[in-house]
Every structure is written in structure tokens, then in C-alpha cells.
Write a new protein. Structure first.
Length: 257
């Protein structure tokens, strides 16, 4: 699988497991889990990571920019203005012009404000950002985001941090069939089987944070997720057998004595 690279906007990524950096007990555990996961894309929340004052201890001090693509995200932003501001801040600090765009619409569910998301994406794309939008599992919204220039879409599997797994596989499958850009399942994964299933459906990558950081043994779960994503991707490429109502003998009776 080493040659099965993911390409987005001309950028090539080795691993199809992307990971977040929140909720760990400390930066040391964060680094160890990320290393174990094999991920080469790591998201950081601009509102929670001090990207401007490098004189104080900083998560970015633990992540080698030669080893990882640092993906700033606008987590915690509830307005278009805030999301755009923090994306600009990350780029001005030299982090990246690649941004995971979040515009949250509701504090309790953390579901996206899709109208605000599209508006913010349009603004940032005009400013030269490479926008990866965190959205709901609505195929129409996903297509609109692609139409305005997003080189990938990141639909949720379930509410952020819920661990519920893929709640609406039909919508996810429709998105996978209708958009012509990579689809990264983002939010709601709870365990390795959820990640494997997303990849078996045909997702191009899976992004997760709580499923690893919130596990009893985060480093062990990071390893489990690594193998789950690889197995799911390989199974998707191999092509599963059709589902049938009745049995089919593994050893056919034709030609038997």
C-alpha cells in the first residue's frame, strides 16, 4: 500500500489516517500517539494553539514540519468572520495556506453552519487558501463546496466526539458517488471498525481525534486506527463479494465423484 498515495490540490500524502491534537493529557502523549498512528497530516486548532508566540511551550515544537503536514483548523468558530480571521492568522504565522474550515452552527451538537461554511470557503478560496471544509453529510452541500473550488470535502460520520460511528451510510455513499474530489470522513469515529468501514465504503481518508485521544490507551488505539484504515482501504480496492440471501458452497459440487 506504500504507493497508494492520496493527492489533494497537487499535494501528496502517504497515510490516509489524519489525526487531531486535542484532548491528550500532555504534548508528550500527543507526539507518541501521532508517531504510532503513522499519520502525516496533523490538525491543530488555531484558537487553542498559540501559533504566534513561539517563545512559550507550543504543540508545534513537538511536531517536525519536515515529517508532518500541519493542517490548521478553525474549530470553535461560530461565525464566518471568526473562521476567516483564524485562517488568515495561521497563514500569517507561517503555518500553512491549507486550512480545515469549520463554521459551527450549534453549541450543543456542534453541527456545521453550512450556509456560513460556504460563504467562508468562498472568501478564503479567493484569497488563495486551499480549503478543506468540515461539513454535514448532505450531498447537495458537498457538491456546492466542490463547485466553488474546494479540492476535497470532509463530511461528518456522526457528531464531533460522539463515537457513534457512521450514522447515515446512504448519504455518505451518495457523496462518494457524486463528487469528483477526495472525501475525508471527519468526526464521529469511535473505534477501529468504524474507520475500516468508512474506508471500505470508498472514503479517501479518515480524520479523527477523540477516538484516539479519549481511549483508555491512546497510543494503542492510534496503532489500531492505523491498521484499520489500511485494511479498509485494501479491502475497498480488492472488491468485496456480493451479498447473497442464500449460501454458496465454497467447494462447488460440479465435477465431484
Amino acid at each position: 500500500m506504500s504507493d497508494d498515495r492520496l493527492t489533494i490540490a497537487g499535494r501528496e500524502f502517504r497515510s490516509r489516517l489524519w489525526v487531531g491534537t486535542g484532548k491528550y493529557k500532555d504534548f508528550v502523549e500527543t507526539k507518541k500517539a501521532i508517531e504510532t498512528s503513522g499519520a502525516d497530516v496533523v490538525t491543530v486548532a488555531v484558537r487553542r494553539v498559540n501559533v504566534t508566540d513561539r517563545n512559550s511551550e507550543n504543540l508545534l515544537d513537538y511536531l517536525d514540519p519536515k515529517q508532518y503536514t500541519i493542517l490548521p483548523n478553525t474549530a470553535g468558530c461560530y461565525t464566518v468572520e471568526d473562521a476567516v480571521r483564524y485562517a488568515r492568522l495561521a497563514r500569517a504565522a507561517g503555518v500553512s495556506d491549507l486550512v480545515k474550515l469549520e463554521v459551527i452552527g450549534d453549541e450543543r451538537t456542534l453541527f456545521p453552519d453550512t450556509a456560513g461554511l460556504i460563504e467562508a470557503a468562498r472568501i478564503l478560496i479567493k484569497e488563495g487558501f486551499v480549503v478543506l471544509p468540515y461539513t454535514n453529510d448532505d450531498p447537495i452541500v458537498a457538491q456546492k463546496l466542490v463547485d466553488i473550488g474546494c479540492p476535497a470535502v470532509m463530511p461528518l460520520a456522526a457528531p464531533i466526539g460522539s463515537g457513534l460511528g457512521i450514522r447515515n451510510p446512504c448519504n455518505l455513499k451518495i457523496i462518494l458517488e457524486t463528487v469528483n474530489v477526495p472525501v475525508i470522513v471527519d468526526a464521529g469515529v469511535g473505534t477501529a471498525s468504524d474507520a475500516a468501514l468508512a474506508m471500505e465504503y470508498g472514503a479517501d481518508a479518515v480524520l479523527m481525534n477523540t477516538a484516539i485521544a479519549g481511549a483508555k490507551e491512546p497510543v494503542a488505539m492510534a496503532e489500531a486506527m492505523k491498521y484499520a484504515v489500511e485494511a479498509g482501504r485494501l479491502a475497498y480496492k480488492a472488491g468485496r463479494i456480493p451479498r447473497k440471501l442464500y449460501a454458496t458452497a465454497s467447494s462447488p459440487i460440479e465435477g465431484m465423484l
